[in-house]
Design a binder for this molecule. Sequence first.
Ligand SMILES: [Zn+2]
Length: 133
Amino acid sequence: MCSKTSITEILGINDTNLEILGNSKKIIKGVEYTVLSGRLTYTPNYCPKCRCKNEKYDIVKNGSQTVKVLFNRVNVNPLLLIIKKQRFYCKHCEATFMAETPLTDKGCFISRDVKKLIVLNLCEMKSMSLIAR
Ligand SMILES: [Zn+2]
């Protein structure tokens, strides 16, 4: 068993706030997925809503929300990352917000990695049809 760091390094998951807790296989709609479960948490420096600095515990942890993020295939199985994202509460503006990760765009559940691959595939298909013509 490799260390948690090397798994995330191999997969290109560059988020030090993300802790991988386990992995398993799961069949969803007849497709076998490699499922990694993890937890995303950190102490925010400031509130993204009102921009106030997080001094003297102005921003507190406020539960968590589980999200699924789809990644490119690892060997033959698509990779699904199930992350428990930390939620925060700002005492200044009374807003709640979720921990963010550079792995996905805000509010999007498809990793940037997959989006990049789709764009690459589209470019390839276009050039192939051009070549054919
Ligand atoms: Zn705030």
